[in-house]
Design a binder for this molecule. Sequence first.
Ligand SMILES: [Zn+2]
Length: 268
Amino acid sequence: MNIKAIAELIIGAIVLTGCGGAANSAAQETSAPKAAETAAQTTASQTVSEEAAPKERDIDPTKPVIALTFDDGPNTKVTPRVLDTLEKYDAVGTFFLIGNNINDESAEQARRAYEMGCEIGSHSLTHSYMDKMTAEEIEAEITETNKRIKDAVGVEPVFFRPPYIAVSPTMYQTIDMPFICGFGCNDWVATTTKEERIDGVLNSAQDGAIILLHDFDSNYPTAFALDTIIPELQDQGYQLVTVSELFEAKGKDPHSAAYKNQVISLVK
Ligand SMILES: [Zn+2]
């Protein structure tokens, strides 16, 4: 960790010396004091323990961000394992809940996620092909799911993930939430191995990406894969954030015209 921090400082110094131009100078101004700050913190914590350094939830918009997202919960089997792993690495994710999966026991998992700083989104009430539904049917799915999520965690969802990523003009007209998709790794297929899930996520990792995973109640391989995925992404310099934080970090408004009538997988 110390060697890595020092190496980063050296690399940072080379980059700062090596680049020029007006666009780069703004980045230099923000990154230089940050580097000095990191160096000071490293020195101070060396005598105690590196692990004791306070972990910050502050997001640095100059550094890359990724939003891990989980569909089809909540439940009392895989959801708590995913939360344990997020907690272990001081990371957060966004959970797109199926309204019908919320019961007294599973609601506790949703609450725990929310209290950890995770975000709760809507994944419909019945997980049906909503592109075949009328506006009234769509409205009923959304209203009831919003209510159940509010009952469980205290706030209504602000993002929607369409089941099967099946969308229609009627859905876009009826649902007043941005439609979130993401980069998947076939983790809803039981035969996809843990290693394939790890490789799938790491291969699609990029700044501003939304990663689409599942925490349905038999999907243990994804929960286990996270124990490799999360530290690896963090080692690569990614900050793991919620979908709301991803838009915030990029200075983008998810309700703006740029994101209307489409599913969003990448925020640049
Ligand atoms: Zn789903």
